[in-house]
Design a protein around this ligand. Sequence first.
Ligand SMILES: [Zn+2]
Length: 236
Amino acid sequence: MGESDKFIDVLTDDFGVIEISVRGARKGTSKSSSATQLFAYSLFCVNKRGERYYLNSIEPIKIFYGLRENIDRLSLAMYFADIIKFTVSSESPSGNILRLFLNSLHMLESEKRDETLIKAIFELRIMTKLGFMPSIAVCEDCAVYEAEKFFFILDAGILKCGNCASEIGQSSRVYALTPSTLKAMRHIVFADLDNIFSFNLKGESLKILEQITEEYLILHIDIRLKTLDFYKQLKA
Ligand SMILES: [Zn+2]
């Protein structure tokens, strides 16, 4: 907007995603330029006139500079931001999505976990926050918690044990789960947000989880995200 001004999208706790007009943001000397950049966690003081927010003053709290050192992790952070932008409504509380995002950016920056695991955790947990919590506590039909085999039916977001799986319709997208994948999914959905990254997963179990969370998200939010395409191109 103009030569030195810009609009930024800001994820807030109380008002969802809002657009804020920032004056002089592109001038190098502006204090607001670093605190309003991508992946800056800041304290915003704004004025509201009509439907618009205007930046009054700003204090940076944490800027995730480290993300820029790794293009894969940076592109994942952009993908997370994209999901938030397209799914979190404005003018209503965002229900801990800010905290999920901050924790995820921290994990990406600190490189303490495999980035594909961070991606899967973010995808599945944000879906539960957006009202698409899958029903994975017990088998949908017979309510067993433990069984030799479990299947996840993606369209319905439900779990079926091996005994009840013959009822699955032909058109459903079905994943056979390893015990570790199911345990991970239950953890991601039910664990306290601060403990959500406190497990690890590898090999085939991680691969199944990755496929499920990405496909589950895309199926339900139904938007083609270019940032996801970009990330996948990088990985290819
Ligand atoms: Zn069953």
